[in-house]
Design a protein around this ligand. Sequence first.
Ligand code: ADP
Ligand code: MG
Length: 336
Amino acid sequence: MPGARYGLAQTSATAGRLDEFSLIEKYFARPVTRPDVSLGIGDDAALTIVPAGYELVTTVDVLVAGVHFHESADSHSVGHKALAVNLSDLAAMGATPAWATLGLVIPEVDGFWLERFCAGFFALAKRYEVDLVGGDTAQGPLTVTVQLSGWVPQGTALQRRGARPGDDVYVTGRLGDAGLALMHIDGAIVLSPHQATAVQQALDYPDPHVEMGDRLRSLASAAIDVSDGLAADLGHLVTQSEVGAKVLLAQLPLSQSYQAHFDAIGWEVALSAGDDYELCFTAAPGHHHEITALAGQLDVAVTRVGTITADRNIIFVDRDGHGYRPETAGYAHFRS
Ligand code: ADP
Ligand code: MG
């Protein structure tokens, strides 16, 4: 798309530097690896083939510098995370990822930044056999938008709706570490170097549960990925399922770093900070053994944290059996 006509500077106007097309050629136009990509980068649009009997699943996430990542963050982690958050959305649908497009807005052509960004992005893409099939590049405030598509056997996608009273509520991994890392960066809490490294990894390199999502299609009744905090995201799941939930806080999976600072942060960071990219899902109690076996097989921690109720609200119960109300409602843009 042109920009100059609307008063925006174009990357191609930067004399002596890579213009938009050389930049795409140098960094993003890589050979197609998937047999279902008939046409990748280089034309006006990409052509991909969805297998017969499958539905196309599509998601997009926008990462704005200063909002979703630090302006000074290593672009390797930005590249990883921009794809990881989308993989996490597809995982929560039980879908198999396949094709990505990248909308890249950069203030200037910084070769080092782009190299690192591509290294992070393409390493994760390779791991999940995702091809980058197109995108758009423009000059402006640093913003990374990745759109990811994949597929799922028709009619079998996991959704936020579908949880039934009596189902168990599970979460993968650990909750709150990314939030803890942000508090550390902001100086709101002081972590030991070892703790800081551990939680920074959770913030910068979320590990999407793609295989788990795929295998949960036959076991889970509903699923969502935890991007805004368990309280908010389980809230979306129960609202769409027209049910409620009772969560036992003592069951929440908290890392050693988190537990070491529990007196200062309590349950709040685990419930409301967000950026965890774990899966929260529900399943009939009869599937408990299979879910435990699957967790072992995939080497992913899966913890049962509560139960779905017919009563349409979420109750958090602390160790003493008292109800607990989260102080913040999870991350939401535009909230003052
Ligand atoms: P158009 O102007 O028709 O939208 P562009 O000139 O912007 O096309 O892009 C040329 C080709 O490069 C297209 O195939 C587009 O999908 C691809 N492309 C542009 N930017 C990126 C990017 N950041 N990552 C991957 N592919 C890109
Ligand atoms: Mg363009």
